[in-house]
Design a protein around this ligand. Structure first.
Ligand code: FES
Ligand code: FES
Length: 218
């Protein structure tokens, strides 16, 4: 057995040595030596990269110079000051950030702004105004389709796009017959709106609002 009695480490050296051995033990065989050989990342490579992007937002041409890591959600809220679109989870789970991009609904927290050069983007502000509301906004008010309202812009953008999807004949996971145009049953609406979470639980009223608008458009 080896004798380590002559080795003296300061407390700091002891902690650093311990951390290094734990890291090495956690790596697959061979990875530790590969890591040791890996060249250091040049600081310049870590610098943010800016890029120009132009798109049409609510009918207005907008041009921005953005850090390429900026999400579409942050571009809308922080750079264009369109704060109607909400940040709930910021990773694709709640639907509060839903906007309509080139006719399709999108979680704006999951996509980078610079990926949408030339796109037509509609946020809740572009659907209607307090004096001239979109029929879906009117129906949400009429049916009390919200409580705190935080999820509501995303719900409304999603609902408007859902009706367009059905009109275009796009099936959902619960469409019973893929050869006929989907019928907007309560089950279809619930399925298609399932990506929009409402912590206040206004689901039945949201369903009523969408059903009314769908009925008036058929
Ligand atoms: Fe984008 Fe929740 S904020 S899905
Ligand atoms: Fe509050 Fe939906 S109305 S989260």
């Amino acid at each position: 057995m080896e004798d380590f009695s002559d080795i003296k480490l300061s407390r700091r050296e002891f902690v650093m040595a311990g951390a290094a051995s734990v890291s090495a033990a956690a790596l697959p065989a061979g990875a530790a030596s590969a890591t040791a050989r890996a060249p250091a990342v040049a600081p310049a490579a870590l610098k943010p990269v800016a890029s120009d992007v132009s798109f049409i937002v609510n009918g207005q041409p907008r041009s921005l110079t953005l850090d390429t890591r900026t999400t579409l959600l942050d571009a809308l809220r922080e750079h264009l000051h369109l704060s109607g679109t909400k940040k709930g989870c910021d990773h694709g789970q709640c639907g509060a950030c839903t906007v309509i991009v080139d006719g399709r609904r999108l979680n704006s927290c999951l996509t980078l702004a610079v990926m949408h050069e030339g796109a037509r983007i509609t946020t809740v502000e572009g659907l209607g105004t307090p004096n001239n509301m979109h029929p879906m906004q009117v129906a949400f008010v009429k049916h009390d389709g919200y409580q705190c309202g935080y999820c509501t812009p995303g719900q409304i953008c999603s609902a408007v796009a859902v009706l367009d999807e059905v009109r275009a004949g796009i099936p959902s996971h619960v469409t019973p017959d893929l050869n006929t145009r989907p019928h907007l049953s309560p089950g279809e609406i619930r399925e298609r709106m399932s990506g929009n979470i409402c912590r206040c639980g206004a689901y039945s009223n949201i369903l009523d609002a969408i059903t009314e608008v769908a009925g008036s458009q058929t």
